[in-house]
Ligand binder design. Sequence first.
Ligand code: HEC
Length: 505
Amino acid sequence: MNIQFTRFRHFVLIFTLLPPLANAQFYPEPLGSGPWVFSTYEQDNVRLSVIVRGINEPIGMVFVPETATADNSLGDILVTERRSGQVRLVRNGELQAEPAAALKDSLSVSQLFDINLHPRFADNRLLYFTFVKEGEHPDCTEDLCLTTAVAKGTWNGNSIIDVEEVFEADAWASHIGGASTRGLFLPDGTFIFGSSHRIELEKPQRLDSHIGKTLRINDDGTAPADNPFYATEGALPEIYTWGNRSVMGFTIHPETGEVWELENGPQGGDEVNILKPGANYGWPVVTYGRDYDGTRFNDVPWVDGTEPPEVFWVPAITVAGMDFYTGDAFPNWQGNLFVTSMMVGRIPGTGRVERIVFNGNGEIRRESMFGELGQRIRFVTEGPDGLLYLLTDHTDGVLVKVEPVATSAADQEAQLQELISQGLTEPGLFLASDCMVCHRVNERLVGPSFAEIAARYDADDETIRRLVQSIVEGGEGVWGDVAMTSHPNLTGANVRDMVVQILGL
Ligand code: HEC
């Protein structure tokens, strides 16, 4: 069964009727209350539900280890807010009013990005942050003066204390463009993070600047002696790779242990790279993308001495976050790479999640998912429970849980018994058509309960005809803000029989 919700079509229509906007980066409608159920190519009946909302432009998150309790099964979750510079605490499934930290109080934060657990967090309770820092520097040409920086703080069980800067990059510029900086601790205990291009066209290709690089430091901010340019005269010792545009994510390949890096291209040319220490990833000499005015950067997408991307997107999908899935909840997704998108082809309201399947040779399949939500999807990560978690980019940002709808043999049997005990004479029809993914007889799931439907409608011919039509073609949203999916593969006769049984309850 192909489940497709249509509730956001109205918003898309409104957008297309508006005149073109000079600044197309406005936010779409905030995410509704859900839940939603989708079927995907390799995994049927995937349910998305809201855990908390009202996070202001969330961008990074961590699950705090060993904080799960009977009431708080996921444990504490810390989420960074990009422009407010706050770290928010989600506890017992609720967004706490008091922030866990207001980093602007102790650091010169222009925009906050990532949060990472120190590898020895269990002992030292340290959290690392990447941010764009405001300051003064001779390289700046205007009042606006920014670089990339890393800070740390200590988790005391309720908030983050002793916040201090660990490293300031030599990446000063008067441009906010391509501000992003994400970070990751590598298995050897060093910290890798991105320092973006900042619209500078020369410095990403020079080793005496941190602009347009990935950098690797020890946890105290010093450069590790095994960095590729540590001993190179005139090169900055923290540089790990160069020619990187705007790093939007890092993750470790679960089998090979390689560092995979996600970066925003210009129009077209968003990339996933496999990082090799000392390698040049080409920006802005070569790219699969074009500049925003349509011109090409080069006639060829890569040249000798640069590394081609492992995965790329034309048009750009405005990549924003990435993780490999390794959990047990979605067996058919194991080893897949999940990449989030904020908008496709620079059309607002088109963000989604891309699922990329690899074999030993490379990419073999790519699926776009959850585009029906019409959101800018900022971040994806696997939770300690083996489920996936998403953040939507919005002033009313949402933490979303992605889980399989349980369909074990025991569940099927329990549902069958419930249908029989409620007097439905052909329960097999409902089970075979997957109706129970969203409905129960007495309880509201994604859709209304069958008992509620029976109470609302008379069983006259006109009502039966209308309900048959809404099941086959999809409902309008008369029960709330979630519209019913269309079921084009159902046969009319069976559906009429189902409706008569529901109305007879
Ligand atoms: C993906 C989730 C989903 C599945 C699967 C699903 N439904 Fe629904 N159903 C809904 C939602 C949501 C509504 C409320 C729609 C609305 O408000 O118009 C709904 C509404 C209904 C209604 C009332 C429609 C109205 O206009 O009041 C009936 C009857 C119904 N479903 C029957 C079924 C049957 C029978 C099946 C299996 C063939 C089924 N549904 C499968 C989500 C689902």
